[in-house]
Design a binder for this molecule. Structure first.
Ligand code: GCU
Length: 342
């Protein structure tokens, strides 16, 4: 049956298979790689633009992985919330609609309260302390695997968000008193709600992709984030007063569908782990250089950055430790994290 019709049928099927590989999650399969092995193109969802260190380092992650596995595994990064908001990523990754995503620690707090540890003020001294903890399997191993049975998600590791500070539409906040009565956008999580309440302001949960319009329209008077996210998402255009409250070193986590991860051969899994280590180290380096640049660029765009009374902010947030460290397991992990700083 070597007719033209059969050749055309095979060609159409191959194109359909490739299209499917490009459109579906769960490591869409296509023939490829050496010796015709399967190519898994994994979709990674990100809520940041292409200029952000997370996009740059995760694209490089995919390139290194593809090279090391002769094209058997690759990653396609989808920036700018095009695959939805972070609260949706947990479900999409768990169900395998998307293979990988970057989610902020508070999103994981919503599925396992112990992740609150990474959003507590002063838990991390600085980025280096944070990254040494987030890559230390003795401290974080159980937590990273804790969502496999319940949610079908494995946490592969952390990326820094740097120090988070508060920015407003109408002026610098020298102390928490200057926030009284203001509506401040927060990530959708209990600890972030309590944080803003403890500062005397009114927390308004919004997905990250809605912060610009929320500030612009006055739904909120301010928000809190790091300098890179502030500038790369153009928040300085609508909230030009950035107060260095430095209330927290924030953490993002890269999550993957646990079944997709289990499909990797030992050799490919080793290549994946190696490429991931290179990616978070690359990200940490980029973070340090890009922060200064983001400040300079935002200033050139009219933003004002001011040092403020960080002690007053830290003091107001102290009660959060007692409020959120409630179990023995949380307390001992907190201690292990703090010990790693010394
Ligand atoms: C940071 C972080 C994002 C998070 C955002 C937020 O920019 O990197 O993952 O979504 O903060 O405040 O929502």
């Amino acid at each position: 049956m070597r007719s033209k019709t059969r050749v055309a049928f095979i060609a159409t099927t191959a194109i359909a298979a490739l299209a499917l590989a490009g459109c579906s999650g769960n490591g869409g399969d296509a023939e490829g790689g050496e010796g015709g092995a399967s190519t898994h193109v994994m979709k990674l969802a990100l809520n940041q633009p292409e200029t952000h260190p997370s996009f740059i380092a995760l694209e490089a992650f995919g390139e290194q992985l593809s090279e090391a596995t002769d094209g058997r595994w690759d990653i396609e990064v989808h920036p700018n919330s095009t695959l939805g908001n972070q609260d949706e990523y947990l479900q999409s990754v768990g169900q395998g609609v998307i293979d990988l995503a970057v989610v902020s620690a508070p999103q994981l707090e919503n599925v396992n309260k112990d992740f609150v540890l990474f959003s507590l003020p002063k838990v991390f001294d600085d980025i280096d302390h944070q990254m040494s903890v987030l890559s230390d399997q003795e401290i974080v191993g159980d937590l990273y695997g804790s969502l496999e049975e319940s949610n079908g998600i494995t946490v592969i590791g952390g990326l820094t968000q740097g120090e988070r500070s508060i920015y407003l539409k109408d002026g610098i906040a020298e102390t928490p008193d200057d926030l009284k009565g203001k509506k401040i956008r927060v990530q959708e999580s209990p600890v972030f709600m309590s944080m803003i309440e403890a500062l005397g302001a009114s927390p308004t949960p919004l997905p990250f992709g809605d912060v610009y319009s929320g500030l612009q329209s006055g739904v909120v008077d301010g928000a809190e984030n790091n300098e890179i996210s502030y500038f790369s998402n153009k928040h300085h255009e609508v909230a030009p007063y950035f107060s260095y409250t430095k209330h927290l070193v924030g953490a993002d986590f890269v999550i993957i569908n646990s079944d997709t991860l289990a499909e990797m051969s030992d050799e490919d899994r080793a290549a994946f782990d190696e490429a991931w280590s290179a990616a978070w180290e690359h990200h940490t380096e980029l973070w340090k250089t890009d922060t200064e640049k983001a400040v300079a660029d935002a200033e050139a765009g009219g933003a004002e950055f001011a040092d403020v009374d960080t002690d007053a902010f830290a003091e107001a947030l102290e009660p959060l430790l007692d409020e959120f460290l409630t179990t023995d397991a949380q307390k001992s992990t907190y201690e292990a994290i703090r010990n790693a700083a010394e």
